[in-house]
Design a protein. Structure first.
Lengths: 188, 432
Protein backbone atom coordinates (compact mmCIF):
# COMPACT_ATOMS: atom_id res chain seq x y z
CA UNK A 1 0.00 0.00 0.00
CA UNK A 2 2.74 2.37 0.90
CA UNK A 3 4.73 1.60 -2.21
CA UNK A 4 1.94 2.42 -4.63
CA UNK A 5 1.33 5.73 -2.93
CA UNK A 6 5.03 6.40 -3.31
CA UNK A 7 5.00 5.53 -6.98
CA UNK A 8 2.09 7.85 -7.52
CA UNK A 9 4.04 10.53 -5.78
CA UNK A 10 7.02 9.95 -8.03
CA UNK A 11 4.82 10.26 -11.07
CA UNK A 12 3.18 13.41 -9.80
CA UNK A 13 6.45 14.97 -8.92
CA UNK A 14 8.27 14.21 -12.09
CA UNK A 15 5.42 14.82 -14.52
CA UNK A 16 3.34 17.63 -13.16
CA UNK A 17 5.79 19.83 -11.37
CA UNK A 18 9.07 19.25 -13.19
CA UNK A 19 10.51 18.68 -9.78
CA UNK A 20 14.23 18.04 -9.88
CA UNK A 21 14.32 15.39 -7.12
CA UNK A 22 15.42 11.85 -7.94
CA UNK A 23 13.55 8.72 -6.93
CA UNK A 24 15.95 7.81 -4.14
CA UNK A 25 15.69 11.32 -2.72
CA UNK A 26 11.92 11.06 -2.73
CA UNK A 27 12.18 7.79 -0.82
CA UNK A 28 14.39 9.48 1.75
CA UNK A 29 12.08 12.46 2.10
CA UNK A 30 9.06 10.19 2.38
CA UNK A 31 10.76 8.32 5.18
CA UNK A 32 11.57 11.62 6.89
CA UNK A 33 7.98 12.80 6.44
CA UNK A 34 6.74 9.67 8.19
CA UNK A 35 9.11 10.18 11.09
CA UNK A 36 8.01 13.80 11.54
CA UNK A 37 4.36 12.83 11.27
CA UNK A 38 4.08 11.61 14.84
CA UNK A 39 0.30 11.29 14.79
CA UNK A 40 0.40 9.15 11.66
CA UNK A 41 -2.22 11.31 9.97
CA UNK A 42 -0.48 11.49 6.59
CA UNK A 43 -0.19 15.25 7.00
CA UNK A 44 2.22 17.53 8.76
CA UNK A 45 1.26 20.44 10.97
CA UNK A 46 3.36 23.35 12.15
CA UNK A 47 3.96 21.68 15.53
CA UNK A 48 5.50 18.68 13.76
CA UNK A 49 8.11 20.98 12.31
CA UNK A 50 8.75 22.94 15.47
CA UNK A 51 9.48 19.76 17.40
CA UNK A 52 12.82 19.60 15.57
CA UNK A 53 15.10 21.21 18.16
CA UNK A 54 17.51 22.75 15.66
CA UNK A 55 14.64 24.39 13.83
CA UNK A 56 13.02 25.79 16.94
CA UNK A 57 16.15 27.71 17.87
CA UNK A 58 16.69 28.97 14.33
CA UNK A 59 15.83 32.70 14.25
CA UNK A 60 13.96 32.26 10.99
CA UNK A 61 12.36 29.00 12.09
CA UNK A 62 8.81 30.33 12.10
CA UNK A 63 9.22 31.96 8.69
CA UNK A 64 10.67 28.82 7.16
CA UNK A 65 7.77 26.73 8.44
CA UNK A 66 5.36 29.36 7.15
CA UNK A 67 6.83 28.93 3.68
CA UNK A 68 5.60 25.34 3.70
CA UNK A 69 2.10 26.32 4.74
CA UNK A 70 1.56 29.30 2.44
CA UNK A 71 -0.63 27.29 0.08
CA UNK A 72 -1.99 24.86 2.63
CA UNK A 73 -5.62 24.33 3.52
CA UNK A 74 -6.47 23.72 7.17
CA UNK A 75 -2.87 24.30 8.17
CA UNK A 76 -1.84 20.84 7.00
CA UNK A 77 0.50 19.79 4.24
CA UNK A 78 0.83 16.46 2.53
CA UNK A 79 3.90 14.71 1.15
CA UNK A 80 3.62 16.33 -2.25
CA UNK A 81 3.67 19.85 -0.86
CA UNK A 82 6.48 18.89 1.53
CA UNK A 83 8.69 17.64 -1.30
CA UNK A 84 7.70 20.52 -3.54
CA UNK A 85 9.07 23.13 -1.16
CA UNK A 86 12.19 21.13 -0.35
CA UNK A 87 12.95 20.58 -4.02
CA UNK A 88 13.57 24.31 -4.37
CA UNK A 89 16.82 23.66 -2.57
CA UNK A 90 18.10 21.11 -5.01
CA UNK A 91 21.28 22.25 -6.68
CA UNK A 92 20.85 23.95 -10.01
CA UNK A 93 22.61 22.18 -12.81
CA UNK A 94 23.79 24.19 -15.76
CA UNK A 95 21.95 24.17 -19.05
CA UNK A 96 18.54 23.58 -17.54
CA UNK A 97 15.32 25.37 -18.32
CA UNK A 98 14.52 28.17 -15.97
CA UNK A 99 10.99 27.16 -15.14
CA UNK A 100 12.03 24.37 -12.77
CA UNK A 101 11.35 24.63 -9.07
CA UNK A 102 15.00 24.97 -8.09
CA UNK A 103 15.90 27.79 -10.46
CA UNK A 104 17.80 30.81 -9.22
CA UNK A 105 14.64 32.85 -9.36
CA UNK A 106 12.71 30.41 -7.17
CA UNK A 107 15.48 30.46 -4.60
CA UNK A 108 15.52 34.24 -4.57
CA UNK A 109 11.74 34.29 -4.20
CA UNK A 110 12.03 32.03 -1.19
CA UNK A 111 14.61 34.27 0.44
CA UNK A 112 12.50 37.32 -0.35
CA UNK A 113 9.54 35.76 1.42
CA UNK A 114 11.60 35.49 4.59
CA UNK A 115 11.55 39.28 4.79
CA UNK A 116 8.22 40.12 3.19
CA UNK A 117 5.75 38.90 5.80
CA UNK A 118 2.66 40.72 4.60
CA UNK A 119 3.17 39.40 1.09
CA UNK A 120 2.82 42.71 -0.66
CA UNK A 121 5.90 41.97 -2.77
CA UNK A 122 7.86 44.75 -1.08
CA UNK A 123 10.12 44.75 1.95
CA UNK A 124 9.34 47.74 4.11
CA UNK A 125 11.60 49.28 6.73
CA UNK A 126 9.49 47.77 9.48
CA UNK A 127 9.70 44.28 8.02
CA UNK A 128 13.45 44.61 7.66
CA UNK A 129 13.77 45.71 11.27
CA UNK A 130 11.84 42.66 12.45
CA UNK A 131 14.18 40.30 10.61
CA UNK A 132 17.23 42.16 11.84
CA UNK A 133 15.98 41.80 15.37
CA UNK A 134 15.57 38.07 14.85
CA UNK A 135 19.00 37.59 13.33
CA UNK A 136 21.09 39.89 15.41
CA UNK A 137 19.54 39.43 18.80
CA UNK A 138 17.81 41.53 21.34
CA UNK A 139 20.91 42.87 23.07
CA UNK A 140 21.72 45.21 20.19
CA UNK A 141 20.48 48.79 20.71
CA UNK A 142 17.54 49.94 18.61
CA UNK A 143 19.41 52.82 16.95
CA UNK A 144 22.08 50.48 15.63
CA UNK A 145 19.47 48.20 14.08
CA UNK A 146 17.64 51.19 12.63
CA UNK A 147 20.78 52.52 11.01
CA UNK A 148 21.59 49.11 9.52
CA UNK A 149 18.05 48.91 8.13
CA UNK A 150 18.26 52.39 6.66
CA UNK A 151 21.62 51.73 5.08
CA UNK A 152 20.41 48.50 3.52
CA UNK A 153 17.33 50.15 2.02
CA UNK A 154 19.30 53.08 0.64
CA UNK A 155 21.75 50.72 -1.03
CA UNK A 156 19.09 48.56 -2.61
CA UNK A 157 16.28 50.97 -3.34
CA UNK A 158 16.34 52.29 -6.88
CA UNK A 159 12.90 53.74 -7.51
CA UNK A 160 12.91 55.85 -4.38
CA UNK A 161 9.83 54.39 -2.65
CA UNK A 162 11.96 53.49 0.39
CA UNK A 163 10.97 49.85 0.11
CA UNK A 164 12.73 46.96 -1.56
CA UNK A 165 10.77 45.32 -4.34
CA UNK A 166 11.56 41.85 -5.63
CA UNK A 167 13.45 43.19 -8.66
CA UNK A 168 15.55 45.48 -6.48
CA UNK A 169 16.20 42.53 -4.18
CA UNK A 170 17.43 40.42 -7.09
CA UNK A 171 19.59 43.23 -8.44
CA UNK A 172 21.31 43.83 -5.13
CA UNK A 173 22.12 40.13 -4.92
CA UNK A 174 23.38 39.93 -8.48
CA UNK A 175 26.88 39.05 -7.49
CA UNK A 176 25.88 36.59 -4.77
CA UNK A 177 26.22 32.91 -5.45
CA UNK A 178 22.60 32.16 -4.69
CA UNK A 179 22.89 28.61 -5.93
CA UNK A 180 25.53 27.82 -3.36
CA UNK A 181 23.82 29.54 -0.46
CA UNK A 182 20.39 28.11 -1.06
CA UNK A 183 21.25 24.59 -2.13
CA UNK A 184 21.52 21.41 -0.15
CA UNK A 185 23.82 18.61 -1.19
CA UNK A 186 22.31 15.15 -1.33
CA UNK A 187 25.13 12.59 -1.47
CA UNK A 188 23.11 10.04 -3.44
CA UNK B 1 12.99 -48.54 12.99
CA UNK B 2 11.36 -50.28 15.88
CA UNK B 3 9.69 -48.49 18.72
CA UNK B 4 12.27 -49.56 21.29
CA UNK B 5 15.24 -48.41 19.22
CA UNK B 6 13.54 -45.03 18.75
CA UNK B 7 13.05 -44.82 22.49
CA UNK B 8 16.72 -45.55 22.99
CA UNK B 9 17.81 -42.82 20.56
CA UNK B 10 15.47 -40.40 22.26
CA UNK B 11 16.93 -41.23 25.67
CA UNK B 12 20.46 -40.70 24.35
CA UNK B 13 19.46 -37.36 22.81
CA UNK B 14 17.89 -36.17 26.04
CA UNK B 15 20.95 -37.29 28.00
CA UNK B 16 23.32 -35.41 25.70
CA UNK B 17 21.08 -32.39 25.95
CA UNK B 18 21.10 -32.38 29.74
CA UNK B 19 24.88 -32.81 29.79
CA UNK B 20 25.24 -29.81 27.46
CA UNK B 21 23.06 -27.67 29.72
CA UNK B 22 25.11 -28.75 32.71
CA UNK B 23 28.33 -27.84 30.92
CA UNK B 24 26.92 -24.40 30.09
CA UNK B 25 25.99 -23.90 33.73
CA UNK B 26 29.40 -24.90 35.02
CA UNK B 27 31.22 -22.74 32.49
CA UNK B 28 29.04 -19.79 33.42
CA UNK B 29 29.67 -20.36 37.09
CA UNK B 30 33.43 -20.32 36.73
CA UNK B 31 33.41 -17.63 34.07
CA UNK B 32 35.29 -19.43 31.36
CA UNK B 33 34.32 -19.57 27.72
CA UNK B 34 34.97 -22.15 25.01
CA UNK B 35 35.35 -19.49 22.35
CA UNK B 36 32.52 -20.91 20.30
CA UNK B 37 30.71 -17.60 20.08
CA UNK B 38 33.83 -15.76 18.96
CA UNK B 39 34.38 -18.22 16.12
CA UNK B 40 30.76 -17.85 15.12
CA UNK B 41 31.14 -14.08 14.94
CA UNK B 42 34.18 -14.41 12.70
CA UNK B 43 32.28 -16.63 10.28
CA UNK B 44 29.42 -14.13 10.21
CA UNK B 45 31.78 -11.30 9.35
CA UNK B 46 33.13 -13.26 6.43
CA UNK B 47 29.58 -13.92 5.23
CA UNK B 48 28.63 -10.22 5.45
CA UNK B 49 31.69 -9.18 3.44
CA UNK B 50 30.80 -11.70 0.78
CA UNK B 51 27.20 -10.46 0.65
CA UNK B 52 28.28 -6.84 0.49
CA UNK B 53 30.62 -7.44 -2.45
CA UNK B 54 27.88 -9.22 -4.37
CA UNK B 55 25.40 -6.43 -3.72
CA UNK B 56 27.82 -3.73 -4.75
CA UNK B 57 28.63 -5.50 -8.01
CA UNK B 58 24.95 -5.83 -8.81
CA UNK B 59 24.32 -2.20 -7.93
CA UNK B 60 27.08 -0.93 -10.15
CA UNK B 61 25.63 -2.86 -13.05
CA UNK B 62 22.20 -1.37 -12.42
CA UNK B 63 23.54 2.13 -11.91
CA UNK B 64 25.12 2.19 -15.32
CA UNK B 65 21.66 1.77 -16.83
CA UNK B 66 20.07 4.83 -15.27
CA UNK B 67 23.10 7.03 -14.72
CA UNK B 68 21.22 10.12 -15.82
CA UNK B 69 19.41 10.09 -12.51
CA UNK B 70 22.54 10.01 -10.40
CA UNK B 71 24.35 13.19 -9.47
CA UNK B 72 27.73 13.01 -11.13
CA UNK B 73 29.82 14.49 -8.36
CA UNK B 74 28.74 11.98 -5.80
CA UNK B 75 28.45 8.82 -7.85
CA UNK B 76 31.24 6.91 -6.11
CA UNK B 77 29.70 5.35 -3.13
CA UNK B 78 31.14 6.42 0.14
CA UNK B 79 30.03 3.31 1.89
CA UNK B 80 30.60 4.54 5.40
CA UNK B 81 28.54 7.69 5.20
CA UNK B 82 24.92 7.25 6.08
CA UNK B 83 23.84 10.83 6.41
CA UNK B 84 21.47 12.12 3.81
CA UNK B 85 23.03 15.53 3.31
CA UNK B 86 26.40 17.06 4.00
CA UNK B 87 25.87 20.07 6.20
CA UNK B 88 27.98 23.16 6.31
CA UNK B 89 26.49 24.80 9.33
CA UNK B 90 24.70 23.45 12.37
CA UNK B 91 23.00 25.45 15.07
CA UNK B 92 23.60 24.49 18.68
CA UNK B 93 22.12 25.85 21.83
CA UNK B 94 24.68 27.56 23.99
CA UNK B 95 22.46 26.97 26.96
CA UNK B 96 18.99 25.50 26.89
CA UNK B 97 17.25 28.79 26.19
CA UNK B 98 15.40 30.22 23.25
CA UNK B 99 17.02 32.01 20.38
CA UNK B 100 20.67 31.74 21.35
CA UNK B 101 23.13 30.24 18.93
CA UNK B 102 26.84 29.61 19.01
CA UNK B 103 29.59 30.98 16.84
CA UNK B 104 29.48 28.25 14.27
CA UNK B 105 27.94 30.59 11.72
CA UNK B 106 30.44 31.85 9.22
CA UNK B 107 30.15 35.45 10.36
CA UNK B 108 30.29 36.50 13.96
CA UNK B 109 27.54 38.67 15.34
CA UNK B 110 29.79 41.73 15.43
CA UNK B 111 30.48 41.67 11.71
CA UNK B 112 26.79 41.00 11.14
CA UNK B 113 26.16 44.26 12.95
CA UNK B 114 28.48 46.20 10.74
CA UNK B 115 28.09 44.54 7.37
CA UNK B 116 24.61 43.14 7.22
CA UNK B 117 23.63 42.07 3.74
CA UNK B 118 20.26 40.93 2.48
CA UNK B 119 21.63 37.49 1.77
CA UNK B 120 22.58 36.87 5.40
CA UNK B 121 19.14 35.44 5.90
CA UNK B 122 20.04 32.74 3.41
CA UNK B 123 22.46 30.99 5.77
CA UNK B 124 19.74 30.56 8.34
CA UNK B 125 17.23 29.44 5.74
CA UNK B 126 19.62 26.80 4.52
CA UNK B 127 20.41 25.62 8.04
CA UNK B 128 16.69 25.46 8.79
CA UNK B 129 15.93 23.42 5.67
CA UNK B 130 18.78 21.07 6.39
CA UNK B 131 17.41 20.56 9.89
CA UNK B 132 14.03 19.71 8.39
CA UNK B 133 15.60 17.09 6.16
CA UNK B 134 17.89 15.63 8.76
CA UNK B 135 18.61 16.78 12.28
CA UNK B 136 20.91 15.53 15.00
CA UNK B 137 18.26 14.63 17.54
CA UNK B 138 15.29 13.01 15.81
CA UNK B 139 17.47 10.51 13.99
CA UNK B 140 18.80 9.16 17.31
CA UNK B 141 15.41 7.69 18.11
CA UNK B 142 15.20 5.32 15.21
CA UNK B 143 17.52 2.43 14.57
CA UNK B 144 20.94 3.20 13.23
CA UNK B 145 21.29 2.73 9.50
CA UNK B 146 23.91 0.29 8.34
CA UNK B 147 26.26 1.05 5.48
CA UNK B 148 25.86 -2.44 4.12
CA UNK B 149 23.23 -5.06 4.57
CA UNK B 150 23.67 -7.68 7.25
CA UNK B 151 21.26 -10.24 5.82
CA UNK B 152 18.43 -9.49 8.19
CA UNK B 153 15.16 -8.51 6.54
CA UNK B 154 14.48 -5.93 9.19
CA UNK B 155 17.44 -3.83 8.10
CA UNK B 156 16.73 -4.16 4.40
CA UNK B 157 15.38 -0.67 3.82
CA UNK B 158 17.51 0.58 0.99
CA UNK B 159 18.99 -2.45 -0.63
CA UNK B 160 16.83 -3.27 -3.55
CA UNK B 161 19.42 -5.04 -5.65
CA UNK B 162 19.67 -8.60 -4.49
CA UNK B 163 20.76 -11.42 -6.74
CA UNK B 164 20.24 -15.12 -6.37
CA UNK B 165 23.36 -15.96 -4.38
CA UNK B 166 22.63 -13.39 -1.72
CA UNK B 167 18.99 -14.45 -1.50
CA UNK B 168 20.08 -18.03 -0.94
CA UNK B 169 22.41 -16.89 1.80
CA UNK B 170 19.61 -14.91 3.37
CA UNK B 171 17.34 -17.97 3.25
CA UNK B 172 19.97 -20.14 4.91
CA UNK B 173 20.52 -17.48 7.52
CA UNK B 174 16.79 -17.29 8.20
CA UNK B 175 16.56 -21.03 8.74
CA UNK B 176 19.62 -21.00 10.96
CA UNK B 177 18.32 -18.19 13.10
CA UNK B 178 14.71 -19.23 13.53
CA UNK B 179 14.93 -23.01 13.50
CA UNK B 180 18.20 -23.75 15.23
CA UNK B 181 19.33 -20.76 17.21
CA UNK B 182 15.99 -19.54 18.51
CA UNK B 183 14.93 -22.76 20.29
CA UNK B 184 18.38 -23.14 21.82
CA UNK B 185 18.34 -19.57 23.03
CA UNK B 186 14.86 -19.87 24.45
CA UNK B 187 15.94 -22.88 26.48
CA UNK B 188 18.96 -21.02 27.80
CA UNK B 189 16.77 -18.05 28.61
CA UNK B 190 14.31 -20.06 30.67
CA UNK B 191 17.17 -21.88 32.33
CA UNK B 192 18.78 -18.59 33.30
CA UNK B 193 15.60 -17.12 34.67
CA UNK B 194 14.71 -20.35 36.47
CA UNK B 195 18.10 -20.65 38.15
CA UNK B 196 17.98 -17.01 39.12
CA UNK B 197 14.60 -17.40 40.80
CA UNK B 198 15.54 -20.58 42.63
CA UNK B 199 18.90 -19.37 43.88
CA UNK B 200 17.78 -15.93 44.93
CA UNK B 201 14.98 -17.54 46.91
CA UNK B 202 17.59 -19.79 48.50
CA UNK B 203 19.70 -16.81 49.50
CA UNK B 204 16.62 -15.17 50.90
CA UNK B 205 16.07 -18.20 53.09
CA UNK B 206 19.51 -18.07 54.67
CA UNK B 207 19.01 -16.82 58.26
CA UNK B 208 19.97 -13.23 58.95
CA UNK B 209 23.37 -12.43 60.45
CA UNK B 210 25.24 -14.34 57.76
CA UNK B 211 25.74 -11.25 55.66
CA UNK B 212 29.16 -12.15 54.36
CA UNK B 213 27.92 -15.57 53.30
CA UNK B 214 24.93 -14.01 51.57
CA UNK B 215 27.07 -11.56 49.73
CA UNK B 216 29.46 -14.26 48.57
CA UNK B 217 26.56 -16.40 47.39
CA UNK B 218 24.88 -13.53 45.61
CA UNK B 219 28.09 -12.53 43.83
CA UNK B 220 28.59 -15.93 42.30
CA UNK B 221 24.96 -16.67 41.59
CA UNK B 222 24.25 -13.34 39.98
CA UNK B 223 27.29 -13.63 37.74
CA UNK B 224 26.39 -17.16 36.75
CA UNK B 225 22.77 -16.41 35.91
CA UNK B 226 23.51 -13.27 33.97
CA UNK B 227 26.18 -15.07 32.01
CA UNK B 228 23.67 -17.72 31.05
CA UNK B 229 21.21 -14.99 30.06
CA UNK B 230 23.83 -13.34 27.92
CA UNK B 231 24.42 -16.63 26.18
CA UNK B 232 20.69 -16.74 25.54
CA UNK B 233 21.12 -13.79 23.20
CA UNK B 234 24.51 -14.93 21.94
CA UNK B 235 26.29 -11.96 23.39
CA UNK B 236 29.96 -11.54 22.65
CA UNK B 237 31.21 -8.88 24.99
CA UNK B 238 34.71 -7.50 25.28
CA UNK B 239 35.52 -5.85 28.58
CA UNK B 240 38.27 -3.24 28.61
CA UNK B 241 40.10 -1.98 31.68
CA UNK B 242 38.44 -4.25 34.17
CA UNK B 243 40.57 -2.75 36.92
CA UNK B 244 38.22 0.25 36.88
CA UNK B 245 35.16 -1.81 37.76
CA UNK B 246 32.76 -0.25 40.23
CA UNK B 247 33.15 -1.05 43.90
CA UNK B 248 30.74 -0.87 46.80
CA UNK B 249 29.64 2.61 47.82
CA UNK B 250 29.97 4.02 44.33
CA UNK B 251 27.65 4.76 41.44
CA UNK B 252 28.18 3.28 38.01
CA UNK B 253 26.83 5.38 35.12
CA UNK B 254 26.54 4.17 31.54
CA UNK B 255 24.93 5.17 28.27
CA UNK B 256 21.65 3.44 27.59
CA UNK B 257 20.64 1.61 24.47
CA UNK B 258 18.42 -1.21 25.62
CA UNK B 259 17.40 -3.19 28.69
CA UNK B 260 20.05 -5.69 27.62
CA UNK B 261 22.69 -3.24 28.89
CA UNK B 262 22.04 -4.56 32.39
CA UNK B 263 22.77 -8.14 31.32
CA UNK B 264 26.00 -7.06 29.63
CA UNK B 265 27.26 -5.26 32.67
CA UNK B 266 26.02 -7.73 35.26
CA UNK B 267 27.91 -10.57 33.58
CA UNK B 268 31.14 -9.05 34.77
CA UNK B 269 30.37 -7.30 38.05
CA UNK B 270 27.53 -7.14 40.57
CA UNK B 271 25.35 -4.07 40.84
CA UNK B 272 22.43 -2.80 42.82
CA UNK B 273 19.80 -1.89 40.30
CA UNK B 274 17.61 1.18 40.43
CA UNK B 275 14.26 1.48 38.80
CA UNK B 276 10.54 1.83 38.92
CA UNK B 277 8.55 -1.15 40.06
CA UNK B 278 7.06 -2.84 37.01
CA UNK B 279 4.35 -5.40 36.60
CA UNK B 280 4.61 -8.60 34.67
CA UNK B 281 7.83 -10.36 33.87
CA UNK B 282 10.16 -7.52 34.83
CA UNK B 283 8.35 -7.11 38.15
CA UNK B 284 8.83 -10.79 38.82
CA UNK B 285 12.57 -10.45 38.21
CA UNK B 286 12.68 -7.39 40.43
CA UNK B 287 11.13 -9.26 43.32
CA UNK B 288 13.42 -12.24 42.85
CA UNK B 289 16.52 -10.06 42.89
CA UNK B 290 15.20 -8.08 45.80
CA UNK B 291 15.10 -11.19 48.00
CA UNK B 292 18.80 -11.78 47.70
CA UNK B 293 20.32 -8.34 48.10
CA UNK B 294 19.39 -4.69 48.45
CA UNK B 295 18.23 -3.10 45.22
CA UNK B 296 16.44 0.22 44.93
CA UNK B 297 12.98 -0.13 43.51
CA UNK B 298 10.62 2.83 43.49
CA UNK B 299 6.88 2.93 43.33
CA UNK B 300 5.58 5.06 40.50
CA UNK B 301 4.42 7.96 42.67
CA UNK B 302 7.75 8.02 44.48
CA UNK B 303 9.71 8.76 41.32
CA UNK B 304 8.17 12.21 41.13
CA UNK B 305 9.62 13.12 44.50
CA UNK B 306 13.20 14.08 43.71
CA UNK B 307 14.32 14.55 47.28
CA UNK B 308 13.10 11.10 48.22
CA UNK B 309 14.98 9.56 45.31
CA UNK B 310 18.19 11.38 46.18
CA UNK B 311 17.75 10.42 49.83
CA UNK B 312 17.45 6.72 49.12
CA UNK B 313 20.38 6.77 46.72
CA UNK B 314 22.48 8.57 49.32
CA UNK B 315 21.64 6.03 52.00
CA UNK B 316 22.69 3.23 49.75
CA UNK B 317 25.90 4.87 48.61
CA UNK B 318 27.03 5.69 52.12
CA UNK B 319 27.20 2.01 53.02
CA UNK B 320 30.34 0.53 51.40
CA UNK B 321 29.11 -2.98 52.18
CA UNK B 322 26.32 -2.56 49.68
CA UNK B 323 26.78 -3.14 45.98
CA UNK B 324 27.51 -0.20 43.64
CA UNK B 325 24.43 1.34 42.09
CA UNK B 326 23.91 1.11 38.34
CA UNK B 327 22.21 4.13 36.78
CA UNK B 328 21.52 5.21 33.19
CA UNK B 329 21.38 9.01 33.36
CA UNK B 330 20.04 9.63 29.87
CA UNK B 331 16.69 8.49 31.13
CA UNK B 332 15.68 6.59 28.02
CA UNK B 333 17.02 4.29 25.32
CA UNK B 334 19.03 5.99 22.60
CA UNK B 335 20.06 4.24 19.42
CA UNK B 336 23.76 3.94 20.34
CA UNK B 337 25.12 6.50 17.88
CA UNK B 338 25.29 9.32 20.38
CA UNK B 339 24.97 10.24 24.04
CA UNK B 340 22.19 12.59 25.09
CA UNK B 341 22.34 15.02 27.95
CA UNK B 342 22.60 13.33 31.34
CA UNK B 343 19.99 14.12 33.97
CA UNK B 344 21.80 15.58 36.91
CA UNK B 345 20.00 13.69 39.70
CA UNK B 346 22.52 10.90 40.08
CA UNK B 347 25.39 13.36 40.11
CA UNK B 348 24.06 15.24 43.12
CA UNK B 349 24.19 12.23 45.43
CA UNK B 350 27.92 12.31 46.03
CA UNK B 351 30.20 9.34 46.13
CA UNK B 352 32.52 8.10 43.42
CA UNK B 353 31.22 7.84 39.88
CA UNK B 354 32.43 4.93 37.77
CA UNK B 355 31.66 5.77 34.12
CA UNK B 356 31.13 2.95 31.64
CA UNK B 357 30.82 3.26 27.87
CA UNK B 358 28.90 0.59 25.97
CA UNK B 359 29.13 0.42 22.21
CA UNK B 360 27.26 -2.23 20.25
CA UNK B 361 28.32 -3.44 16.84
CA UNK B 362 25.19 -2.95 14.75
CA UNK B 363 26.16 -5.42 12.04
CA UNK B 364 25.10 -8.43 14.05
CA UNK B 365 21.83 -7.26 15.48
CA UNK B 366 20.27 -3.99 16.43
CA UNK B 367 19.98 -3.79 20.20
CA UNK B 368 18.08 -0.49 20.22
CA UNK B 369 14.69 -0.72 21.91
CA UNK B 370 12.20 1.68 20.40
CA UNK B 371 9.70 1.48 23.24
CA UNK B 372 7.02 3.31 21.29
CA UNK B 373 7.17 0.77 18.49
CA UNK B 374 7.91 -2.55 20.17
CA UNK B 375 6.66 -4.26 23.25
CA UNK B 376 9.22 -5.83 25.55
CA UNK B 377 8.41 -9.39 24.50
CA UNK B 378 8.59 -8.50 20.84
CA UNK B 379 11.92 -6.85 21.49
CA UNK B 380 13.32 -9.94 23.22
CA UNK B 381 12.20 -12.08 20.31
CA UNK B 382 13.99 -9.79 17.91
CA UNK B 383 17.13 -10.09 20.02
CA UNK B 384 16.94 -13.84 20.04
CA UNK B 385 16.56 -14.06 16.29
CA UNK B 386 19.43 -11.73 15.47
CA UNK B 387 22.80 -13.13 14.62
CA UNK B 388 24.46 -12.13 17.85
CA UNK B 389 24.89 -9.15 20.08
CA UNK B 390 28.45 -7.95 19.89
CA UNK B 391 29.55 -5.10 22.06
CA UNK B 392 32.47 -3.43 23.74
CA UNK B 393 32.35 -2.31 27.33
CA UNK B 394 34.94 0.19 28.50
CA UNK B 395 35.40 0.80 32.20
CA UNK B 396 36.61 4.36 32.60
CA UNK B 397 38.67 5.63 35.57
CA UNK B 398 36.52 6.77 38.51
CA UNK B 399 35.56 10.43 38.73
CA UNK B 400 34.45 12.64 41.57
CA UNK B 401 32.81 16.03 41.66
CA UNK B 402 35.31 18.81 41.88
CA UNK B 403 35.30 21.65 44.41
CA UNK B 404 32.64 24.13 43.45
CA UNK B 405 31.63 22.15 40.38
CA UNK B 406 27.90 22.11 39.80
CA UNK B 407 26.09 18.84 39.25
CA UNK B 408 25.30 19.85 35.68
CA UNK B 409 28.93 20.54 34.81
CA UNK B 410 30.02 17.31 36.45
CA UNK B 411 27.37 15.39 34.51
CA UNK B 412 28.61 16.96 31.27
CA UNK B 413 32.20 16.09 32.10
CA UNK B 414 31.31 12.44 32.68
CA UNK B 415 29.15 12.38 29.57
CA UNK B 416 31.91 13.63 27.30
CA UNK B 417 34.31 11.05 28.70
CA UNK B 418 31.83 8.30 27.92
CA UNK B 419 31.05 9.65 24.45
CA UNK B 420 34.74 10.04 23.65
CA UNK B 421 35.61 6.51 24.72
CA UNK B 422 32.70 4.85 22.97
CA UNK B 423 33.14 6.79 19.74
CA UNK B 424 29.66 8.24 20.14
CA UNK B 425 28.52 11.73 19.26
CA UNK B 426 28.36 13.99 22.32
CA UNK B 427 25.06 15.82 21.93
CA UNK B 428 23.97 18.88 23.87
CA UNK B 429 20.28 18.16 23.63
CA UNK B 430 18.04 16.96 26.44
CA UNK B 431 15.48 14.21 26.09
CA UNK B 432 12.00 15.35 27.05
Amino acid sequence: MENSALDMCVCLCTDLFFSPVTKSQITRLHSRFTILDKGKTGNLRREDFMQIPELSINPLGDRIVQAFFSEALDDMINLRQFIRVLSKFQRTKENEEDNKLNSREEKLKFAFRMYDTDNDKKISRGELLVVLNMLVGSNTPEEQLASIADRTIIEADMDGDRMISFEEFCTSLERTDVEEKMSIRFPH
Amino acid sequence: MTWSSMCMYLKIAVAIFIILLFVVMVLAAIGKSLGVREKYVEILLWAFEYGREKIEKAERKNNKKDSSEVEDEFSERNSYSTSVISRAVKLHPESPGPRKFSRTMSRTLETLNREFQLDDAMEFVKAGMEAIIEDEVTQRFSAEELPSWNLLTRTNKNYMYINLKVTVMWGLGFCLRYLILLPGRLILFFMGVGLLTVFTAAIGCVPGGNDRLKRWMYWHISLMCFRILSQAISAVVKYHNSENRAKGGGICVANHTSPIDVVMLASNNCYALVGQRQGGFLGFLQRALGRATAHIWFERFETKDRTLVTQRLKEHVENPEKLPILIFPEGTCINNTSVMMFKKGSFEVGGIIYPVAIKYDPRFGDPFWNSSKQSYVHYLLMMMTSWAIVCDVWYLPPMTRGEGETAVDFANRVKSEIAHQGGLVDLVWYVH
